[in-house]
Design a protein around this ligand. Structure first.
Ligand SMILES: Nc1ncnc2c1ncn2[C@@H]1O[C@H](COP(=O)(O)OP(=O)(O)OP(=O)(O)O)[C@@H](O)[C@H]1O
Ligand SMILES: [Mg+2]
Length: 141
């Protein structure tokens, strides 16, 4: 486990850029952290680093957004509104996470049993001064 401090939104985007460089086909990132911690911001940085020009927006309503214009396909999921696994089967969650893209799952704790055991874990914590600490599990920068 390693940890990195991100003092600003810009730092978080930059960290995403570094993560994009070590992203590989089939990689799954389980991304956790409280409301507004900066999860989507990190994904934006990763997307930009992959060469995705399209604006990445929060998939909280659509659950899954797919981007195909970068170095790797990016599957961005947000499980905040998921109440049961049936919904995830319906939208093809498992096909995607076992596919050849990079899957990043916000609120992955809502589907713990469905997350592959070799997934990379990233947790963002908000410090009392507003900075963020990002904990990386299963990946080294
Ligand atoms: N390291 C940081 N320091 C300060 N603010 C940050 C940092 N990273 C992101 N932010 C800001 O925090 C706010 C929330 O970010 P974001 O939407 O990425 O959070 P989230 O974890 O995806 O939220 P949600 O739980 O709603 O999905 C944004 O205004 C963003 O610019
Ligand atoms: Mg988000």
């Amino acid at each position: 486990m390693s940890e990195i401090t991100a003092a600003t939104t810009e730092d978080m985007l930059e960290l995403g850029g570094r993560l994009s460089e070590i992203s590989a086909p089939g990689m799954v990132i389980a991304l956790t952290g409280s409301l507004g911690a900066g999860k989507t911001t990190l994904v934006k940085g990763i997307a930009e680093g992959l060469g995705i020009k399209q604006a990445v927006t929060s998939p909280s309503f659509t659950i899954i957004k797919e981007y195909y214009e970068g170095r790797l396909p990016l599957f961005h999921m947000d499980l905040y509104r998921i109440d049961n696994y049936e919904e995830l089967y319906m939208i093809g969650f498992e096909e995607l996470i076992y596919g050849i893209g990079l899957s990043i799952i916000e609120w992955s704790e809502k589907a713990e049993e469905l997350i592959p055991p070799d997934a990379v874990g990233i947790e963002i914590k908000i410090l009392s001064d507003g900075r963020r600490t990002v904990f990386l599990n299963g990946i080294k920068l």
